[in-house]
Design a protein. Structure first.
Length: 408
């Protein structure tokens, strides 16, 4: 399974996403050709090699061209100072374009999430939303570009790390606000985030919407995988910490074929009670009833109870599936008014039963194994005793007869 993973240790933005996906292997010319199908002018998309804190990657820049052919590049941040665009205009632009269908649908989903978040922030119906930062031409190129990259790469699954939000304040069209911006909070609702790792906004609304729309699973704990290829998207800021987004192809590591243990491990229930007012006959009857109720093992051990009275420790071992018949038997057939229950782990060797046949008739043999190694075997007592009585021989001779098939 092809898994695309975003490592958002320094947050995520549209331009860093584009840079990381191109660095991972998307052909820039194929991306530009597909973006040209939007049929809008006034932009160029450049990719350059850059580095942050000694780590090299790809820096994506959307360069906007005004009527006088002046250029200015787009950097990670909110307020680009471009014309506002309505959700209706952006939706129409994408829908009527010849952009490949998968990318078109993904871009529309990303923009829809932003529109719904902005609608909630401002209390305006979704269709009436007029985009500010994310409506600018450069952000349209970012979002549709990322959607195209994902459609080209066609991952089977997309995962992400915990998302770093940053800290401090951010300048938006509506003024200076604390990080995270209101739309980011809504877009990332329910998703794992961290804050304070940087003193600037690190996850933009565009980056948040990309993750919310595309990620299948957020990885928050230890995981085993093999890295196939890595791409680095360089951010526009130079900081003490690396301003970048890492994207990688991952392959799940199959659980190692661990050598099976030569014993069986299972969790069982141990019931115990101390009894000082039952006869030996009554205890024998109790043991019989406990086995009838499904006990795996029943043992009696002598103990000293309060007031130095001798007593019997009754221990019952059973499975976890249905212990109630055992509980009922303890209360019904013993004098206890309460008992202890403990979950325990039991390790046991493998066992096999064979039927031996000869002039003695049939006898059952129990064989014990440590893995594949035969450790011991024993003829059932009842069968040895029956043959000993019939032949008027000892138990030992009865076992030798059974094993040899000859009358001693």
């Amino acid at each position: 399974m092809k898994t695309l993973h975003f490592d958002c240790f320094a947050g995520i933005s549209g331009d860093m996403s584009l840079g990381a996906l191109v660095d991972l292997g998307v052909d820039p010319d194929e991306l530009r050709d597909e973006l040209n199908k939007l049929n809008i002018g006034g932009w160029k998309l450049d990719f350059t090699r850059d580095e942050r804190n000694g780590i090299s990657g790809t820096h994506a820049m959307v360069i906007l061209q005004d009527a006088h052919d002046h250029e200015h590049d787009h950097h990670h941040g909110h307020d680009h100072g471009h014309a506002h665009n309505s959700w209706k205009e952006i939706r129409s632009l994408i829908e009527r374009s010849a952009v490949r269908e998968g990318a078109k649908n993904k871009a529309l989903d990303i923009f829809t999430r932003i529109a719904e978040a902005e609608s909630q922030v401002h209390g305006i119906p979704v269709n009436d939303i007029g985009f500010h930062e994310v409506g600018a031409l450069d952000s349209i190129i970012d979002i549709v570009g990322v959607a195209i990259c994902l459609d080209i790469l066609k991952p089977d699954r997309i995962t992400s790390s915990i998302i770093e939000l940053g800290g401090g304040t951010v300048k938006c069209a509506h003024g200076i606000l604390p990080v995270p911006a209101p739309a980011v909070v809504i877009l990332l609702k329910g998703l794992p985030v961290s804050a304070g790792g940087f003193d600037k906004e690190m996850t933009t609304p565009t980056g948040a919407a990309i993750l919310a729309s595309c990620v299948d699973e957020f990885i928050t704990g230890p995981v085993s995988y093999k890295v196939i290829k890595t791409g680095i998207g360089i951010g526009g800021r130079k900081m003490d910490k690396p301003n970048m987004l890492r994207a990688s192809w991952r392959e799940a590591v199959a659980a190692s074929a661990e050598k099976p243990k030569p014993w069986k491990a299972e969790e069982l229930l141990l019931m115990e009670t101390n009894i000082d007012d039952m006869t030996g006959e009554a205890l024998g009857f109790l043991m019989e009833k406990l086995f009838e109720a499904g006990a795996l093992d029943v043992t009696f051990a002598s103990c000293v109870m309060k007031k130095s009275r001798p007593g019997t420790l009754v221990s019952v071992l059973c499975g976890l599936e249905d212990p109630d018949p055992l509980r009922d038997a303890l209360f019904r057939y013993s004098t206890t008014i309460g008992f202890r229950e403990t979950r325990i782990n039991r390790l046991s060797l493998g066992r096999e039963e064979k039927i031996l046949e000869g002039e003695f008739g049939k006898a059952r043999e129990k064989i014990v194994y440590l893995g594949e190694e035969k450790r011991s075997s024993k003829i059932e007592f009842e069968d040895r005793a029956r043959i000993a009585r019939e032949k008027n021989i000892s138990l030992d001779n009865a076992e030798r007869l059974i094993r040899s098939g000859e009358d001693n």
